[in-house]
Write a protein that binds this ligand. Structure first.
Ligand code: SAH
Length: 348
């Protein structure tokens, strides 16, 4: 491969916002394109978003989960987890603290915990909305019925994050027990979009049994869904799961995919994730340089942070919200971008 050939393929990806399966396979399986991909992705991100980086305050409000995903540290069968739930008042005080720090989006994420009935979720969402009418409210609480999604929306939720995890049903079946299905999760995403949510999907990079073909299916699924946000991060092993002996995903492949996603979806909100920061000390800075434009610092009370352990060695579990925000501000600056105080809605 010559430099000309490399640049020609990356230019075509950028212009057509597409490639053939064979071309994706070539790009995904070598590091030869990485420099050109990153340069193009950064140019495209600057065209659409300048140097702006949006922050989302993440509130991990429950680590109870009724699901048993093989990769996840808070899966139902992990008896070593100390389980916790935040009250409405605790959640509201996280939001108030976040607001003062400049956060204008709050993300409520948790395991699938039936303790939080639809009524309770709506009550919490409505209370946040009443106190912070200028903020976006994002939910990330898993697969629910269309009716439930509608209720949360009517209560004031604007956005919903639900990674499809892997688009290929067979691969999905290797990561989840039988009661969960790829198609049901995908149907949820289309319901959410239909209702009017800004929708975020995404997948883990380097999850067990993942092939290049699986990753291409993920890209094809995203082209169908056209989500507003796409969250990807490396899969990271957790010892108290059935995947204890599996390898974690790689920094390089995650960065490569971030750049490809930026070129496929120029308008998209692409977080540089905590998982990326966990596998490499400069992971989040590198994620921004590869095309990311969102960071999601933790707003959860410090006493519960270590307990929301989806994977091992998760970073940012020791600091107060203000410290987290300050640290991230420096990191974003050092990468050449700027955190802005804004809701940060998608720019289609
Ligand atoms: N219950 C919610 C939130 C899940 S946690 C839901 O179902 O959407 C958020 C994301 O963390 C998951 O979608 C998954 O992609 C990621 N995750 C879970 N375990 C992980 C692991 N071991 N390594 C990396 N990412 C993981």
């Amino acid at each position: 491969m010559t430099a000309n050939e490399i640049n020609a393929l990356v230019d075509r990806l950028r212009e057509q916002r597409n490639l053939s399966d064979a071309e994706f396979k070539t790009i995904l399986e070598t590091d030869a394109y990485d420099a050109a991909l990153q340069k193009a992705a950064d140019e495209v991100r600057r065209t659409h978003y300048g140097t702006d980086v949006y922050v989302r305050g993440l509130i991990e409000f429950t680590n109870y989960c009724k699901n048993n995903c093989y990769y996840c540290g808070i899966r139902r069968d992990n008896r070593n987890v100390t389980r916790y739930r935040l009250t409405k008042e605790e959640i509201l005080s996280c939001c108030a603290e976040g607001y003062d720090l400049g956060f204008r989006t709050f993300v409520l994420q948790g395991g699938e915990d039936p303790f939080y009935t639809d009524d309770l979720i709506c009550e919490i969402v409505a209370a946040i909305h009443a106190q912070h009418p200028d903020c976006a409210i994002t939910l990330s609480i898993g697969e629910k019925s269309r009716e439930s999604y509608r209720k949360y929306f009517d209560a004031g939720a604007n956005r919903y994050l639900l990674r499809h995890e892997t688009a290929d049903p067979e691969h999905y079946g290797k990561l989840h027990p039988n009661e969960l299905s790829a198609l049901h999760r995908q149907a949820c995403l289309f319901d959410l979009k239909d209702i009017g949510y800004q929708v975020g999907s995404g997948f883990m990079v380097g999850s067990p049994y993942q092939t290049t073909e699986n990753l291409i299916s993920d890209l094809r699924f995203l082209q169908k869904l056209q989500p507003d946000m796409i969250g990807i991060g490396p899969y990271i092993t957790h010892a108290q799961t059935p995947f204890a002996n599996e390898k974690s995903g790689s920094l390089e492949l995650t960065l490569r995919l971030l750049s490809i996603l930026r070129l496929l979806f120029p308008y998209a909100l692409l977080p540089s994730t905590t998982a990326l920061g966990t596998i490499h000390p400069q992971g989040r800075e590198l994620g921004l340089k590869a095309g990311g434009n969102v960071v999601m610092p933790n707003l959860s009370p410090v006493r519960v942070r270590k307990l929301y352990e989806l994977y091992e060695n998760k970073i940012c579990t020791g600091e107060e919200a203000a410290q987290c925000r300050g640290c991230l501000e420096q990191r974003v600056k050092s990468a050449g971008y700027e955190i802005v105080t804004a809701r940060g809605d998608v720019k289609r």
